[in-house]
Unconditional design. Structure first.
Length: 279
């Protein structure tokens, strides 16, 4: 059985790190070119409309070949972080994507957070002008993995006049145990934020709910926004805490907003969310 090759750079000096990263990228490209078989069926990315009332609801689907997997929005140090960027928009007031609760995948010591089956990402859009349609073009970059990992890019066009897709809606409803529901706002979440460097932080989120191991089967920290990356995180049920390492993008311009943090947890296999994190 083949295993993915993963390399950690944290223990090397900066100059050596940069050289190793360069060599690793070249090797990664060569491996993909030589090991991915001709005729490999790429992942299919589509948008599905569920309702046309404002807010408009739909989903982005990612369908990939059997045996392949893809990454959560914060996959950890052994994963490729998906990137979804707006290329063009008209009459779009707000745009929000909900990520289902991920699984821990990959070989021991090289695990990552992701999904091992076809993925549906619920989407909610709001209009400025109710009499006009929404036009939204997205650039989506994501990785799918088996014995090797392949990075794919897709330009997705979302239009509010699309037909309702009842088949995709039925699939979403059947996977609802992994779709996170907002159960409360985070008065029960308590956070301690510690600065490590100009753009690196450590955070500990505590919630007594997570101490109940008979109910809570797992917990993760999430962040709404693109200014921050959760690089690593660990759940400690005996203490009722999640601890995470954070990296702030463009630290001189951005600040960490504790109200954008969420605690995701599995309550008897149903994914739930508490929003906000008072200090």
């Amino acid at each position: 059985m083949k295993k993915k090759i993963c390399i950690r750079f944290t223990e090397f000096p900066i100059g050596v790190k940069n050289l190793l990263r360069f060599v690793f990228v070249i090797a990664f490209v060569l491996i993909n070119l030589t090991l991915v078989k001709p005729g490999f069926s790429q992942a299919i990315v589509e948008y599905h409309m569920f309702s046309k009332d404002d807010p408009i609801k739909g989903a982005i689907s990612i369908t990939f070949p059997d045996g392949w997997s893809t990454y959560w929005k914060f996959p950890g140090p052994n994963g490729f972080t998906p990137d979804i960027r707006v290329l063009k928009k008209e009459n779009l007031k707000s745009f929000n994507i909900s990520w289902p609760y991920p699984k821990k995948l990959g070989p021991k010591k090289f695990t990552y957070l992701g999904y091992d089956g076809d993925l549906l990402l619920p989407v909610e859009l709001k209009k400025f002008d109710q009499s006009k349609n929404i036009y939204l073009d997205l650039d989506i970059s994501f990785g799918i993995c088996k014995s090797v990992c392949v990075i794919q890019n897709k330009t997705l066009k979302i239009r509010s006049m699309s037909d309702i897709d009842y088949v995709a809606l039925d699939k979403l409803l059947k996977s609802k145990n992994r779709i996170t529901m907002t159960t409360s706002f985070g008065s029960s979440n308590k956070c301690i934020l510690r600065k490590v460097t100009d753009n690196e932080y450590q955070i500990t989120l505590a919630n007594d709910l997570m101490r109940n191991s008979e109910i809570v089967n797992g917990a993760l920290l999430d962040y709404m926004g693109s200014s921050l990356v959760i690089e690593t995180q660990s759940f400690y049920p005996e203490f009722g805490t999640v601890e995470a390492s954070l990296k702030l993008e463009h630290s001189s311009k951005n600040k960490i907003d504790l109200e954008n943090f969420s605690l995701l947890y599995l309550d008897n296999r149903t994914a739930k969310r508490t929003v906000g994190c008072p200090t």
